[in-house]
Ligand binder design. Structure first.
Ligand code: SF4
Ligand code: SF4
Length: 468
């Protein structure tokens, strides 16, 4: 019962997310910087990640972007290979493979993706938070600043921080735009009058402000409330899932440390360092929580404490619920095996689809409304249209040959057989076949498409003859 006589429910850590107060207001998380092995490894991974993210749109291969996802034009370049909407099924399979990959990883390693490679975590913890510590001072200092009136120095530091955040957000938005319209497209916008690119510039400003808002204000709410992947954890986890766990068997009952007396309680000295470094503001000692993004900061913080008081490290560590409860070893269960097999099969299919992808896409149709023509006494002819798409950025000449029946193909306009890079050519041609091979009204034919003398595709169609 509170001061006003109202009976309040007993609020525990599972009744509300960590960054919301009892009365529903935002609880700002001032996370401290962890020091330790995992933080060092995460810094290396993030450095590599950031270099790849910012450098990929700058790389060119064979005169075109190495990586580009141009959704408006339906043109995608992945590692120097052009993919068109016609290849969309490969993307669909690759996407399913990626989802299974993430799901499999989640079942085995929990939120490894969130803690190590999610863009939100990488940019928040390794870029924006570091800048904040650097400009505004320690989390304790920041907390103090947020409670009282800001001095002019603190005010200017805050202003500089927000300006730097805005500049980095602008840089991220530009990089994303370069992934969509390529570096050349981006440079073109910069050099041409603003009025010619109003939509793109509006998008650029919108995403700059969005990233700024996310990293300056929304922050951990993305992980604890907005991100759908985080909400999926409860259905993907089982008792054998590896996650960041507090070893309560070893740590409890917790209590202050004293060098003078022999320790007769658990190893947790209740220093709360693990809570202070947590970017989502949770206490991992309460148990597995949806808000834990698996960042490993609490492992480093606790290991540092354990090292100082000469107790074994690993009170907080990567371990499954079963490992902690039964003190057993990691178990590769049936679900994990099934997912691994499924992932292997999908990886093979995706690789095969990528490797066997054709450089030309051809569609052949008989010219509508035309019947057969008699050419001389013993030959029949049909008129066809073909649409050829050159999926590469190379020029070449195509040739067509009848594959399953003797006959000849005569182009109406031979110029159209030369394919320019990334071009679509419309061809009109006659197929002429000797009557002795036509035994029915509709004869199935196969046309081989040859690129510089090498067969790259076989297309099926129908040849019309007289009623027999
Ligand atoms: S509990 Fe530990 S691993 Fe989880 S988010 Fe907090 S600091 Fe990171
Ligand atoms: S850092 Fe380790 S010792 Fe300190 S409170 Fe957390 S679990 Fe206990």
């Amino acid at each position: 019962m509170n001061d006003t006589g109202i009976i309040e429910p007993i609020v525990t850590f599972r009744d509300r997310v960590s960054n919301v107060t009892k009365d529903g207001r935002r609880k700002w998380v001032h996370a401290s910087q962890p020091k330790g092995r995992f933080y060092r490894y995460r810094t290396y991974v993030s450095l590599f990640y950031l270099i790849v993210f910012f450098a990929l749109p700058l790389i060119k291969y064979n005169g075109m972007p190495f990586f580009m996802l141009n959704f408006p034009e339906g043109k995608f370049i992945v590692f120097g290979n052009i993919f068109w909407p016609q290849d969309f099924f490969i993307f669909a399979v690759a996407m399913i493979t990626f989802i299974v990959f993430v799901a499999l990883f989640t079942v085995i390693y929990g939120r490894l993706f969130c803690g190590w490679v999610c863009p939100q975590t990488v940019f928040m913890e390794m870029v924006f938070r570091k800048i904040e510590w650097w400009i505004e001072g320690s989390p304790a200092q920041q907390k103090k600043n947020s409670q009282g009136k800001l001095s002019s120095e603190q005010m200017s530091r805050k202003t500089i921080k927000h300006f730097v955040f805005l500049v980095i957000s602008f840089l991220i938005a530009n990089t994303f735009l370069a992934y969509i319209i390529s570096l050349n497209g981006l440079l073109k916008i910069m050099h041409e009058p603003i009025g010619e690119h109003t939509i793109l510039l509006t998008g650029l400003i919108f995403f700059t402000l969005l990233f700024y808002a996310v990293f300056a204000f929304v922050r951990d709410i993305i992980c604890t409330t907005v991100c759908p992947y985080g909400r999926l954890q409860s259905v993907l986890f089982d008792k054998d899932t590896m996650q960041i766990s507090y070893d309560y068997n070893r740590g409890e009952p917790r209590g202050k440390f004293s060098r003078a007396a022999e320790r007769e309680i658990g190893d947790c000295v209740d220093c709360k360092k693990c809570v202070q470094v947590c970017p989502t503001g949770i206490d991992i000692r309460d148990g597995i929580q949806m808000e834990c993004v698996g960042c490993t900061a609490c492992i480093d913080a606790c290991n540092e404490v354990m090292a100082k008081i000469d107790l074994p490290k690993g009170l907080i560590r990567y371990a499954s619920e079963n490992e902690i409860a039964t003190k057993s070893k990691f178990h590769f269960n049936t679900r994990m095996k099934a997912y691994t097999v499924l992932l292997g099969v999908l990886l093979v299919i995706t690789t095969l689809l990528m490797v066997t992808r054709k450089s030309i896409d051809t569609h052949i149709t008989r010219v509508a409304g035309q019947l057969y023509q008699e050419v001389g006494k013993d030959t029949l002819g049909n008129l066809f249209n073909a649409k050829l798409l050159n999926k590469t950025n190379k020029e070449f000449t195509v040739e067509m040959k009848l594959e399953n029946v003797e006959g000849e193909i005569t182009m109406v306009n031979t110029n159209e057989t030369h394919m320019k890079k990334e071009a679509v050519n419309d061809l009109t041609f006659f197929i002429r076949i000797n009557r002795k091979y036509i035994h029915k009204r509709s004869t199935d034919i196969q046309v081989g498409i040859y690129q510089n003398g090498k067969k790259v595709q076989t297309v099926k169609s129908v040849f019309l003859g007289p009623f027999i």
